[in-house]
Design a protein around this ligand. Sequence first.
Ligand code: AMP
Length: 215
Amino acid sequence: MGIQGSGKGTQAKRTASKYGLTHISTGELFREEYQRKTELGMHAHSYWGNGGLVPDDVTIKLLDSRLPKERGAVIEGFPRTIPQAQALDDIVNVGAVMELRLEKEVCIYRMEHRRICLPCNQEYGLARIPKEPEKCDNCHGQLTRREDDTPEKISKRFAKYESETMPVIKFYQPRGIVAKINADQKPDEVFLEVQRWLDQGMTRAYPAIRPDAQR
Ligand code: AMP
């Protein structure tokens, strides 16, 4: 979890890869569905394209259909509302919650530098600069700004984060599984903090995941 631009994507992918878990990002799934022009993709886009949240029923159904149940996953950008958090409890055992904390001004600066390759979904930014300007390293696609990264949509998304998503962190707090991570550091340093917490904290909260086995 974390406000827009706090580095969720980068940290979630690294965490999944290090701990042998599947990475699932609902935002990425929505963008992929939209690229493929599916009915769900077009419907969801009418919300996220305006800086709003996609309705809970649509989002929960999508997540449920893509989440591997037999092994662990790092879920990025979900749950974003209390009904989503309640629904997730019915689907899996939530073992750990990471909250990346960063000032809005820094998030805005990072988002101004964020680029995406729509064909292959690779993201670029201050922490990952493409070898050739505005071209994707993987597929040579043209890089663009995310259409929801405009100043007006960003402030709408921040407001939604505060009203809908911050209560979700409070929802998990009594379980003692929430780690507050200082995201105002270089990605490697943030990831060190993530690992420190996972290795010490999460293995107690959720012994099914043993990072030692992955090394
Ligand atoms: P993200 O890539 O996580 O920033 O997500 C991009 C956009 O997809 C968000 O601004 C939302 O409009 C939509 N979205 C992603 N995840 C969710 C979710 N869990 N609930 C509702 N909308 C979502």
